[in-house]
Structure formats: C-alpha cells, structure tokens
Design a protein around this ligand. Sequence first.
Ligand code: ADP
Length: 352
Amino acid sequence: MIRCMVLDTGDMSSSKVHVDESDPTGYEEPPFESRDVQLRKGKLITDEYDIIDGLLGKGKFGKVQKCKEHKTGRLLAVKFIKIHDSQMKKDVLNEIEIMKCLQHPRLLQLYDAFEGKDNVCLVLELITGGELFERVINDDFILTERASVMFLRQICEGMEFMHSKNILHLDLKPENILCLTRQGNRIKIIDFGLARKYDPKGDLRVLFGTPEFMAPEVVNFDTVSPATDMWSIGIICYLLLSGLSPFMGHNHDDTLVNVTCAVWDFNAEEFESVSSEAKDFISSLLIKNPVLRMSAKECLEHKWLRKSKKREGNLLDRSLSKKRLRKFVYRRKWQKAVNAMLALKRMGVQLS
Ligand code: ADP
C-alpha cells in the first residue's frame, strides 16, 4: 500500500509524502546469481572493476565505494579492509566464509574478493538507499507503527535465516540496516565482520559489540546464542518507536552497567501512543535471561508482526514523533566522527 498525505508545508512541490508500507511479498529477484566466491590473490581489483569516486560509507576497518565490473557493466560496492595483523586477516576470511553461507534477500550478498599486499577488497551487492534510521528521520517520511512493523518483520526474516544456518550476527544496530533503494521499503542487513558460526552444544563467548546494543550475556562474558541477536532487535525496535536508547548512560561504562542490570520501562511520554502489541513485542525480547527471549521465528508469529491480520488500524497509522530519533541519529554520527578521529590519531596521523 502506498499512502499519500498532504502536509501543510507551504511548498506544494515538496508537500506530498509517500510512504510505501506494503510488505515485501512474493519472489524477489536476487541481485545476481549465487556465486562461489574465492579470495583471489595476485590479481588487482582494478584489473576487473573501475572504482568510482565518492564514499558510500566508512566503517571500523576501511571505506566502502561504488565500483563497476568491466565484463558486465554491473554496479557494485567495494569494501576496502586494511589488514594490520594476522588476526585481522583471520577475521576477514571468517567474514567471507560466513557471507558465502548467507544467500537471502534480507542479507547483503558477496560478489567477489581480492587479496592485496596489505588489504582485502570485498566486492558486494550495491545498496543505494542509505541507513534505515537516516531515511525514517527525513521530513518526507511519515514514521508509523505500521511502517515499523514492516521493517522489523524484514529484520526478523533475515535473522531467522541466519539462525537457521547456525550463524549469529552479533553486531545488529541501526547503522547495519540499510534501505535497498531510496524510495522502496526493502531493507538489507549488512556487516558480517563480527558474525560467528554457532554450535548449539558449544560455549561461544565474545567480548565485542556496540555497548548500547550489547546483550547482558555479552557484557558478562557468558555464552552467546541466537537470543543475543534478538536482544539487539528489541533495542532497535524500542528506538525506532520512541527515539530513546533504553540503556544509554553518560559513558560506555555506565551503559554497560545499565545493560547488565537490564532494568527498563515504557514510562517515557513517547510510549503513550504506542500500541500494547508493540510493547508486548519489545517486552518479549528485552529479557535478561536469553532462554526466555522470543526467537526470530516466534517474533514473526507475534501478534504485532503477524501478516494479514486485521489490526487496531488507527493506532498503527498514527505518525510517531521523530524528535528523539533525530537526536539519536545525530549523536551516533557525532560519535562515529570522533571515533574516526581517534583512530587516525592512534595511527599517528597529525590532525590540524
Ligand atoms: P565495517 O565492517 O568496517 O564497520 P561496514 O560493512 O559496516 O564496515 O560498512 C561501513 C558503511 O559503509 C556502512 O555503514 C554503510 O553505510 C556503507 N556500506 C557498507 N556496505 C555497503 C554496500 N554494499 N552498499 C552501500 N553502502 C554500503
């Protein structure tokens, strides 16, 4: 369904707001046929691809740019990862192996991979819609619960697939959810740099992630499981509906203490207009004991996400306030810029 609303902005050329809230249904053409990607050594990426000027994004380990394959003219993205040590190399090889197992419309697809002297280039499906949260805070996007349901359902579909392959993402956060195109409503989960294979009988523990989105078992260095990703989905949902980050403290240490206490509520006025179904969905994820959290499959069957059911229409269509969400997005951008500067300083780059 495409809803069209007219806002009283005074400028009629920009006053129509279109929000496509239809569910992604039916067969979705993959961006390319499935490929058995092998890391190619002794070959330059520029032998086969033109790198196009301009940044698509910047991550912890390098930059992402657009590129074009000579042979097919296909537009793709390339992620350049600087390799500093053998552990980093192992991590990138892990990322490649994991991405090869993840052929699903909600998950970013790997196309090719090259190994240089001190870097690895991952050629990826190109995503042109930008980060989901940046998209929804735009004035031309009306954020409703119905739209949030549509996004959350897709995130859970991606996670259901990953977990069915016994792979954990372990770094789910708003920056890792992109919109496939500028206008459409399809999303893609990206960045499998911290993803891990998971043995249900094993005892996998990790100590990484982004404090605001980390589950208590990560902070406590306990065993992680698919439920660890589900906690992060609970936080993303809480944020999308209110713009509030439930465990954020004055600094990282405060945040981590708040996460381990796992005490949170819906007392903020932003939740006054949120449906009880949405609150039940979040409450079934932000549970300290991972065993009690909903799985991705259970999420998809939850009354808030379930498809083709008559709902409390008006409530789901009411537009949500984006004031807090805007603040959250700007704060994250600021933090990222500061982190990038600190990283440059650590590398000995003189900053003026
Ligand atoms: P890192 O693992 O180094 O943190 P990411 O994989 O998160 O890097 O990528 C960094 C940023 O680059 C993302 O936040 C996103 O904005 C952009 N990006 C990554 N992959 C793509 C892609 N395939 N298409 C378009 N933009 C991308």
